[in-house]
Each structure stands twice: as C-alpha cells, then as structure tokens.
Design a protein around this ligand. Structure first.
Ligand code: NDP
Length: 241
C-alpha cells in the first residue's frame, strides 16, 4: 500500500513542487492550504492530489484536519511542515500582529501538526517528519527578526524531536532553502536580482522548487533511514553551515 504524506501549504510554490514530487514517487499525498481556493482548485484539477483546507496556526483545526485525512487516506507516514508566511519589517517598527502571525504560522504550526501524528508514527515504528526552514533561520536576516526566529526555532525543534524518536523508526530533518524561484521571487525586478541577489549566491542562480521537492523525496525514503536531526542547506552555497 502506498505511504501517506501530508504537505502543509502543498498547493502553491515550494509546497506544490513537494506534493508533485511525492506523488510521482508513489505516495498518497494530502496537500493542505489556508485561503487561496483558486490556486488549490487549479492544483487539484492539474494533479489529482487530495486537497484539504485548514489553518496550521490553530491546534484544533490541525487535529480535526489530520483526523479527516487519516479517515480518507489512512495513517500518516510522512509529514512535511512547509506552510509559511512573511510579515517583514525592522524590529523597532514591528507590531505584535506581525510578530505573532509569523511565529504562529511558521513555528507553532510545527507543534500543531506534529503532535497529532507523532504517537501513531511511534506505535507503527515508522515516520518521516520534514520541516521546511530557511537560510534566514540559519544566518538571520535584517527586516525578518520574526521569520528568522521562527525558522531557527524549526531547526531546534527538528534536532530535539529527532533525538526523542530515533529509536522508534521516526526520523526528523529540516531543509533550509535559499532563494527559490517561486512566484514571489520571480517578481523581483531583474536589475535587483542581478545586482543584489545573485552575487550572494556562489552558484549564481536561484533554486527551483523541484529541487526542494527532490530533497524531500530523498529524506522521506527508506534509503534515508540513517539521517535524522540533520539540516540540508539547499541554497546554492549562499551560507555554509
Ligand atoms: P508560498 O507563499 O508560495 O506558499 C505558502 C503556502 O503555505 C500556501 O499554500 C499557503 O496557503 C500556505 N499557508 C500559509 N499560511 C497558512 C496557514 N496559516 N495555514 C495553512 N496553510 C498556510 O510560499 P513558498 O513556497 O515561497 O514557501 C514555502 C516554505 O518555504 C515556507 O515555509 C517558506 O518560509 C520557505 N522558504 C521559502 C523560500 C523561497 O525562496 N520561496 C526560501 C526559504 C524558505 P494559501 O495558498 O491558501 O495561501
């Protein structure tokens, strides 16, 4: 029977590529989203992937949503915590709303999504949890104190959870993308891209969403069973840790 994978924010951007890559690798995929019904409907029509709508920043919504996925598709073997937002601004101007929204969506969501599935993974002796962090969680980024804090928190969570679950066949890893050519990054003016962004990247190119998808498929596989508590830096060499 196909393994079941849940991808949060799996209908657009990097998440869309992750959902497609997992489907192509033979997984039964549930892609979640929050508000953009149009993108979700288009994604569903194009891929045939199961789509679910709930807010990952709300614990009860995650409990209910995951129960529905389990009823529809079976127990969850792979969880990809990908959903994320930015609300940038310098800290001395940042509002509580900017801070809490980003922490709730990018960090607290990892509790909300992982807590309901971890006991089942432990009982069944297999699980893969893959958290999409960011290069800015590794190095910090001016204008993104909220986002950098959340994404660094994702890495700490990954390491602690990996230690707690290694003897139960459950691996927990993080991926830190750099600049990935999603809609948002593609919208950056060519001049800004060429003068300010590409010079920071030794490979002198943006990453493709499909490259993150392939990292996820690898970490989810049986062949990656030795790897837990790791962080894959997929950033063209932008920041080396
Ligand atoms: P997008 O903005 O393209 O997509 C975000 C996805 O997350 C959407 O599906 C969105 O749903 C969903 N989402 C947002 N908030 C919630 C919520 N509260 N509940 C449920 N789903 C939610 O993001 P990217 O593809 O650019 O980024 C994906 C991940 O990769 C993020 O964690 C981001 O921080 C990280 N990342 C991205 C980089 C990049 O260059 N793009 C670089 C490094 C890290 P909806 O469609 O309904 O809005």
């Amino acid at each position: 029977m196909a393994r079941v994978a849940v991808v949060t924010g799996g209908t657009r951007g990097i998440g869309e590529a992750i959902s497609k890559a997992l489907k192509a690798a033979g997984y039964e995929v549930a892609a979640t989203y929050h508000a953009n019904d149009e993108a979700a409907a288009k994604f569903k029509a194009e891929t045939g992937v199961h789509v679910y709508k709930w807010d990952v920043s709300k614990y009860e919504d995650c409990v209910q949503g995951l129960a529905t996925v389990t009823k529809d598709l079976g127990p969850i073997d792979v969880l990809v915590n990908n959903a994320g937002i930015t609300k940038d601004g310098f800290f001395h101007k940042m509002t509580p709303e900017q801070w809490y929204a980003v922490i709730n969506t990018n960090l607290n969501s990892l509790f909300n999504m992982t807590r309901p599935v971890i006991e089942g993974m432990r009982e069944r002796g297999f699980g893969r949890i893959i958290n999409i962090s960011s290069v800015n969680g590794q190095k910090g980024q001016a204008g993104q104190s909220n986002y950098s804090a959340a994404k660094a928190g994702d890495i700490g969570f990954t390491k602690a959870l990996a230690q707690e679950n290694a003897n139960k066949g459950v691996t927990v890893n993080a991926i830190c993308p750099g600049y990935i050519a999603t809609e948002m990054v593609r919208a950056v003016p060519k001049e800004v891209l060429e003068k300010s962004i590409l010079p920071l990247i030794p490979l002198r190119r943006l990453g493709e969403p499909s490259e993150i998808g392939r990292c996820v498929v690898f970490l989810a596989s049986d062949e990656a069973g030795l790897i837990t508590g790791s962080t894959i830096s997929a950033n063209g060499g932008q920041y080396m840790v």
